[in-house]
Design a protein around this ligand. Sequence first.
Ligand SMILES: [Zn+2]
Length: 92
Amino acid sequence: MSTKESKTSVCLSPTSLMEKSMKIEGKDVPFGPPPTEYNYRCSQCDCEMLVNEAIIDVEVGIAEFEGRWYEGFMPVLGCPGCNRETMQYAED
Ligand SMILES: [Zn+2]
């Protein structure tokens, strides 16, 4: 782990890029609808990422368990670029 500051705000998320292209190509796949994905954006580096609903479900379950859940709750997730809990749901 390094604490030196980084000027690059490039956020590589090959997984979400792959999912994005699969989504486009997979328009007519006969395997049922693709899972819902939520657009997340980092408040620190503006990195954007698509988050599978399965991950959201888990986070919501934890929030419910801990009594933090409320109507319209969306969990804050860790940013792969910042390594901090700075990814927030971004409606667009
Ligand atoms: Zn970030």
